[in-house]
Write a protein that binds this ligand. Structure first.
Ligand code: F0G
Length: 354
């Protein structure tokens, strides 16, 4: 049967009616890939799986929430949606709005979103409002303006976003035939970790799994309000997707931490880039910098002895590496060989590099 997206697949667990017109791009159903090479490098006999959410239609996990948020906005009669974004939400909102034939207004921090994401929002025809400020400023403005203009907010404060995103947990439990021991995610607003927890708890309650994982949220060191225990006004990190100092799901995420027995922690930009490179070069999996914070977290926690031997760990890779080609290329400078177009020089390049 043709796959038509996660709302159809998990219809009975989502707030849609038989007559609801579904706005979908075939999102969900992303691969869960075992990383045996990295597990070997880390040692310690752990099983590591990555849920490659970069393979959603617009290249990030946001599509899981956006299909439902836009479906429900259209059902309610909205002609326009709005969001603040570090890039991926804007790309997803723009695509689903185009599909639905409605307008998307996106507020982005000027100069601080990755090139691929900007290209997507532009191509899908979103109205792009660049602000001289950061994501947190954008979010504040979006909440204010939605009270004065006919637009539906599709940031993760929209509960339909989390309902759509919980389906990633369903897929993981189905594929592993049970919940993992640990689930690591990069944290920005903390909507996604909260959404996964809803999904894991739902499957536990319905006896589709015997347990829930410990949920572990990793932030970038310069942008780590959950680690600081307070909001931060000037977050900075190379992982622009998670450059957020005032997370919107603050209370929800603290509940997830307490209920699941998990924790929040941070890693440096250098650790993030190194995990991103490791995934690309030793597993063939290209994710964007923010996504690699999940694996960087696993590596730190295995090293410090927090993870017992034999643990089954899932890392969410939230976005595709192609979203941010600039950061990728600048990490690999000097990696190219320049030659004249003659056979001998090609041959030498091969022999010298075997
Ligand atoms: N990873 C990526 C690639 C993201 O784009 C985001 C959030 C996160 C992780 C964090 O997810 O906010 O649910 O904790 N990006 C939002 C955006 C803020 O505007 O695209 P979260």
């Amino acid at each position: 049967m043709r796959y038509t997206g996660l709302i159809e697949r998990f219809r009975s667990r989502l707030p849609v009616a038989a007559e609801t017109k579904i706005i979908s791009l075939g999102e969900g159903g992303t691969p869960l890939i075992e990383c045996q090479n990295i597990a070997k490098i880390i040692g310690h006999n752990v099983e590591i799986y990555v849920k490659y959410e970069g393979l959603n239609p617009t290249g990030s996990f946001k599509d899981r929430g956006m299909t439902l948020a836009v479906t429900k906005a259209v059902e309610a009669g909205s002609k326009a949606i709005i969001c603040a974004s570090t890039g991926n939400t804007s790309a997803s909102a723009a695509a689903y709005a185009a599909r639905a034939g409605i307008k998307a207004f996106v507020l982005i921090p000027q100069g601080k979103i990755a090139m691929g994401k900007l290209a997507q929002a532009l191509m899908h025809g979103a109205i792009i409002i660049q602000i001289k400020g950061n994501f947190d400023d954008g979010m504040r403005l979006v909440k204010e303006v939605a009270e004065h203009a006919p637009v539906a907010i599709v940031n993760s404060i929209n509960p339909y976003r989390l309902q759509g995103q919980k389906t990633a947990a369903f897929e993981i439990v189905e594929e592993l035939e049970g919940a993992p021991d640990y689930h690591y995610l990069p944290i920005g607003n903390a909507g996604n970790i909260s959404a996964h927890w809803i999904g894991y708890k739902e499957y536990l309650a319905d006896k589709k799994s015997q347990k829930t994982p410990k949920m572990v949220g990793y932030q970038a060191a310069g942008s780590a309000p959950f680690v600081a225990g307070k909001m931060i006004d000037n977050p900075e990190t190379i992982a622009t997707a998670i450059r957020i100092g005032h997370p919107q799901s603050w209370d929800l995420a603290h509940k997830v931490e307490a209920e699941s027995g998990g924790w929040f922690a941070s890693c440096t930009d250098a650790e993030i880039l190194s995990a991103q490179k490791l995934l690309s070069s030793s597993e063939g999996i290209f994710c964007e910098p923010a996504s690699a914070a999940s694996l960087a977290g696993v590596m730190a926690d295995v090293k410090s002895g927090k993870i017992p031997k034999g643990a089954k760990i899932v890392c969410t890779l939230t976005g595709h590496g192609l979203k941010d080609p600039d950061t990728a290329i600048s990490q690999c400078s000097g990696a190219m060989i320049n030659i004249n177009p003659v056979m001998d020089e090609v041959k030498n390049a091969i022999i010298n590099n075997m």
